[in-house]
Design a protein around this ligand. Structure first.
Ligand SMILES: Nc1nc2c(c(=O)[nH]1)N[C@H]1C(S)=C(S)[C@@H](COP(=O)(O)OP(=O)(O)OC[C@H]3O[C@@H](n4cnc5c(=O)[nH]c(N)nc54)[C@H](O)[C@@H]3O)O[C@H]1N2
Ligand SMILES: Nc1nc2c(c(=O)[nH]1)N[C@H]1C(S)=C(S)[C@@H](COP(=O)(O)OP(=O)(O)OC[C@H]3O[C@@H](n4cnc5c(=O)[nH]c(N)nc54)[C@H](O)[C@@H]3O)O[C@H]1N2
Ligand code: SF4
Ligand SMILES: [Mo]
Length: 730
């Protein structure tokens, strides 16, 4: 056996190749944890084309989290007031199937929901779709990607007729101009950033523009940082379009041959003159002009974005407004150019391919499309009409569905909503009300386990062989390299066993994940994401491969739309005509600050892994709130002073970090500290669930807050007494 197993980093959507080896094989050189436990050794895989051997601190330290605080056995309790007791898998499966059968018998199949995750492998996603949408006949499968990628999905679909980022990482080193919008790439997609930053440094003609209300480490190296007011991206991009038109930087031949709806867009643009836009965005006219010149003069322009764009009540419109600039200037379908959504999670892309949102079906199909449903029904061998034509509940709908007693069974897997959902107080209240919650996770404790009736121990990354697709549509086979601990099981195997016990044995007769994948790729045949030429065997032999890759292909397709034909009915890409709407909850005299939330380099989301890794805890020991020195002075806040942050929904307490990196009027808190890791430092205690009407993605990036500095004297004496009293009576 090879000493190293090749796999993919299970954290971000960059999808770095890793090589992992067992602790025992290194003698003295064995990596050890702080308590002396030998840990798995991890290094970058030089042969992986996406990352070329590079890894960031998260990938490098992942080995330390593999065996810590794992959930080992199924655990059950009748009610949330009781303690968990260990049960067998057989009992667990009985409990689940009985519950589901009872609901089906009472014609309440639509009260069954599953909330999954971009941390599933593609096989997990696919089997969950088949079980819920195909066999049970409910579309109530949604994933945390709803909070993450759904605006990018709907933006691509509306502009191009299909989802799918058209670019590849080679474009990072071929572009003349990179626009990074609402993405802190340096901390959140570090290896993409390394590749771009190295190239940018070496090539003086290459421009880098960062659009972010914060001066992030990403913005630090940019030629131009546009610190726009939160929620003003559409103003900015319409304003750039105005100047591109005025200065005639547009590609009329491309527009004539390959696009539609320009007149409606031009009508909108005329309202976005530089003075209006500069005022609205809080930037100078000169900076706006510089940005437009960089875009207009460059031979190739690559735009990249993530949550500053997607997590918005006008997320889809933001995405389309970015794409519009590419369409005006013909910046797509060629090297170094295109609108590139950076996916957050390691397999959010695979989730989209497998139909892992409540309005999707496998193979980039839509629930609402009659032909798509019929194709999938025939393929799955279920009767026509079995798949409901109505999109299922989204992540937030599941919470409101609990409130209204509509949801009777909630199955959560590979996500930690008791930290990551908006409006946490409301979320937690709803979870407390749930008649029956199954929670399938690799670790224990997590915040969401406190709201579960049945805990199912999941095998995680490294304990299952399966497929993940990264941001550049590159598909990698992730080989397992050790046994799941104790009784932990692979996600798709759990779903398949439930399917068999519910009477669908023929639909779930898979012996291994390679068979699951082989079935899934058949459903992608002749679809935009055609992977019919891929299999576990092929990927093991050929290595990571871009899709589309149809059966019989002999070479990869690095970029989409190189023939300039799109997936719309007329083959043209469609301009979107959007006026800016601004924030769903703008600041006002009562709540005068905009709170924005996001990530830090070392931590991953709710800390289930990174909170258990010493090096990372030392890197980011505690939560904080960034505030501009001018705002701090106005409120008499000094560095490190505890500040109570209140929104209309809840409150948190954060030590102040006074920094010019944040714009005046805006404060920032990281999303990483849930109830297990700090007291009262939950970003989502403050956020609201209002979402984009098209993508239904909530605006996690902005809400209105007030700041109340906690007086040092009070902090030390009466305040502490009061707060300890309050915590005792809770
Ligand atoms: N270290 C680390 N890396 C990660 C993750 C992690 O947890 N930790 N998670 C992964 C996942 S799932 C995701 S989704 C990605 C997220 O990756 P990013 O989107 O890069 O990360 P965030 O910090 O959430 O937000 C990015 C920036 O959006 C800015 N922003 C806020 N409001 C606006 C606005 O109105 N307009 C613009 N233009 N910008 C705005 C914020 O100031 C912030 O700097 O990271 C992935 N990578
Ligand atoms: N305020 C605010 N809130 C946000 C965001 C924000 O920017 N600001 N970002 C949103 C975004 S983009 C995202 S992606 C979400 C992320 O939020 P979550 O999905 O809640 O965060 P994670 O901590 O990644 O939770 C993943 C869980 O899956 C478990 N797990 C890992 N691997 C496996 C596996 O193979 N099987 C199973 N069954 N379990 C596994 C882990 O132990 C962990 O508990 O947060 C969202 N919430
Ligand atoms: S950049 Fe992303 S995929 Fe690569 S090692 Fe870091 S967290 Fe993992
Ligand atoms: Mo995400």
């Amino acid at each position: 056996m090879n000493e190293f197993t090749k796999t993919l980093c299970p954290y971000c959507g960059v999808g770095c190749g890793l090589e992992v080896s067992a602790p025992a094989q290194h003698g003295k050189a064995t990596n050890r944890d702080s308590d002396g436990t030998p840990t798995w050794r991890v290094r970058g895989d030089k042969s992986h084309p996406s990352s070329q051997g590079m890894v960031c601190v998260k990938g490098a330290t992942i080995g330390e989290s593999i065996n810590k605080n794992r959930l080992h056995y199924p655990m059950f309790r009748e009610s949330l007031h009781q303690d968990f007791r260990r049960i067998s898998w057989d009992e667990a499966f009985d409990i689940i199937t009985q519950r589901i059968q009872t609901l089906r018998l009472h014609e309440e199949t639509d009260s069954i929901c599953m909330y999954g995750s971009g941390q599933f492998q593609t096989e997990d996603y696919y089997i969950a779709q088949k079980l819920l949408k195909g066999c049970l006949g409910t579309n109530n499968f949604d994933a945390n990607s709803r909070l993450c990628m759904s605006s990018a999905v709907s933006g691509y679909i509306q502009s191009f007729g299909a989802d799918g980022p058209p670019c590849c990482y080679d474009d990072l080193e071929l572009t003349d101009c990179a626009f990074l919008i609402g993405t802190n790439t340096a901390e959140c997609h570090p290896i993409v950033f390394n590749r771009l930053a190295k190239y940018h440094k070496k090539n003086r003609h290459v421009k880098m523009v960062v659009v972010d209300p914060r001066r992030t480490p990403t913005a630090e190296v940019a030629d131009l940082h546009l610190a726009i007011r939160p929620g003003t991206d559409i103003d900015l991009f319409n304003g750039i379009a105005y100047l591109l038109m005025k200065w005639n930087y547009i590609d009329t031949a491309f527009m004539d041959d390959c696009t539609s709806n320009f007149p409606a867009y031009a009508e909108v643009i005329r309202h976005y003159s530089p003075d209006v836009v500069a005022r609205q965005c809080g930037i100078s006219i000169q900076d706006l002009e510089t940005a437009a010149k960089y875009w207009g003069k460059a031979k190739s322009v690559l735009s990249m974005w993530s949550m500053g764009v997607n997590q918005s009540s006008e997320g889809t419109a933001k995405v389309r407004t970015i794409i519009n600039l590419h369409l005006m200037t013909g910046q797509i379908g060629k090297p170094g150019a295109g609108p590139f959504s950076l996916t957050g999670q390691p397999n959010a892309m695979g989730g989209r391919e497998a139909g892992g949102l409540s309005h999707l079906l496998p193979g980039y199909r839509l629930i609402k499309n009659d032909q798509h449903r019929a194709e999938v029904e025939d393929f799955w061998g279920v009767e026509r009409g079995k798949i409901s034509p109505v999109p299922g509940l989204t992540a937030w709908d599941m919470i409101t569905g609990l409130e209204s007693d509509h949801v009777k069974l909630l199955w959560i897997a590979a996500t930690n909503p008791a930290v990551s959902m908006p409006d946490l107080e409301r979320t937690k209240k709803a979870l407390l009300k749930s008649p029956f919650t199954i929670y399938q996770d690799a670790y224990y404790p997590t915040e969401t386990a406190a709201y579960a009736h049945l805990l199912l121990p999941a095998a995680q990354w490294g304990e299952k062989t399966g497929i993940m697709t990264n941001s550049e549509r590159r598909v990698t086979l992730c080989q397992s390299f050790h046994q799941p601990p104790r009784e932990a099981k692979v996600d798709w195997e759990i779903f398949a066993e439930v399917g068999r016990r519910l009477g669908f044995a023929d639909k779930f007769a898979f012996n291994n994940s390679a068979e699951v994948y082989a079935e899934f790729v058949q459903l992608t045949r002749q679809r935009p994401c055609d992977m019919s030429g891929l299999s576990h065997e092929f990927l093991a032999a050929q290595g990571p491969t871009h899709w589309p890759y149809s059966q019989g292909s002999s070479s990869e397709t690095k970029r989409l739309y190189t023939n300039l034909r799109f997936h719309t009915s007329d083959g043209r890409a469609k301009f979107g005509a959007f006026y800016s709407q601004g924030l769903a909850e703008p600041p006002d005299p009562d709540y005068p600050f905009v709170l924005t939330t996001g990530r830090l380099y070392g931590h991953w989301h709710t800390q289930t892994r990174t909170g258990r890794i010493d090096k990372i805890r030392q890197m980011h020991p505690e939560p904080f709130m960034e505030i501009h020195p001018r705002d701090a002075a106005k409120l008499n806040i000094i560095d490190h002073q505890l500040v109570e942050v209140r929104s209309r929904r809840g409150l948190g307490k954060f030590p102040a970090k006074i920094t010019k990196a944040i714009s005046p009027g805006t404060v920032f808190v990281p999303m990483h500290w849930g109830a297990l890791w700090a007291d009262n430092a939950e970003a989502n205690a403050l956020t609201h669930p209002q979402s984009c009407p098209d993508s239904l993605q909530p605006e996690l990036k902005a809400c209105a807050v007030q700041l109340i500095p906690i007086n040092v004297e009070t902090t030390t004496k009466s305040y502490q007494l009061l707060s300890s009293f309050c915590s005792k009576i809770k």
